[in-house]
Design a protein around this ligand. Sequence first.
Ligand code: JJ1
Length: 422
Amino acid sequence: DYKFWKTQPVTRLDESVQKEGPIDRKKTPDEISDQPLPLLGDFEWCTVDVTDQKQLEDVFLLLNENYVEDRDATFRFKYTREFFNWSLRSPGWKQDWHVGVRVGSTKKLVAFISAIPVNLRVRDNTVRSVEINFLCVHKQLRGKRLTPVMIKEITRRVNRCDIWYALYTSGTILPSPVSVCRYTHRPLNWSKLHDVGFTHMPSHATRNQMIAKYTLPKATSTEGLRPMEEKDLDEVRLLFEKYQSRFDLVQNFDEAEFKHWFLGNDEKTASNPSSKVIYSYVVENQNGQISDFFSFYSLPFTILNNSVHKELGIGYLFYYASDADLEYADRFSPEATAALKERLCGLMNDACILARDAKMDVFNALTSQDNALFLEPLKFGPGDGFLNFYLFNYRAFPITGGIKDDKSYDTVKRSNVGVVML
Ligand code: JJ1
């Protein structure tokens, strides 16, 4: 019954929010202990240096054997070393916020949690926050109440830096989601998805019909589509900033952050395409202006218990922007929405083609952002997973995640969630 969460500054499950804003009284870092929380048994805290290949390997192994699985444990997230190099080392990152727990006697890494600094906008208020991610406790140590200690310890380390709010996501329900999105999936390699149990054969269809249904064109169709380059950054960031003002929950990116999140920070991946993590594209029109941009990242699944296939290639839609809605006085009018829908359908179909060409087997998108406009026309189907969004120490009115209250998906509606967590 959420014994731990009852002690934390979060919205209760039965609470109806009356006013948005901080939950705890305002504090200063010197009110926070400079000593780590006590750890029971043979456990000790460690700060993980992810620039050290050996320590990065420890994180990689822990998560690849013990992190999030789908509901019937057929698949597990397979975050790569390159993925951690990108997602744990964004501008302003701190080694102190890569918190591990090791066994004293063997030094084996058995738990991990991380924070990165972000500027978060909730409706009209922007707050300095962190995003908490990659909380993982070794399977053999579950149920020993290690997670509450890890959360308190990272909270302490973040508070010592004068940051008091956090954004985090989970597949499970905790007190209390500010928003819920559903995962949706667009098959790119239907045969393999079927062979590994990612998708089922509908009762009135044949294998060949399903393959035909999901076959995409050979090449992309948007005129002027090309990979994003360093010279595009200022223009794309401006376009993106305008686009993001459509949403109520947003991560703001400064120049350095924008470059990091969309061009990556690992030169090594240029020579090894199979380890590439972030893919960003722009549309340059005939006047040389950027009219659109989109991005997706690679996050494979490990396939558990399959003798033939060990890994499933998955592309996740990340951020995008378009100027299609900007020429309308009311960006949310039916005319503007229709124009945006048409543009996004073309762009996202091309994103699927590019993901297929990068050898991915399925393209995933949440029901967040303006995804409702293209999910059904482009043959994305509802998954069995949901993603709950949470704010720590900040009360906010519910933000629609694009699904109905009964969680059904048949009428995906516009979402006000404009943030994507990795
Ligand atoms: O990938 C997911 N589900 C897949 C596989 C389901 C296998 C059986 N459990 C799925 N496939 C159906 C695809 C089908 C294709 C044709 C059209 C109709 C659909 O539904 C799910 C998401 O749906 N993923 C997970 O469960 C992984 C965990 C999600 C929670 C994430 C928590 C985030 C961690 C904190 O930051």
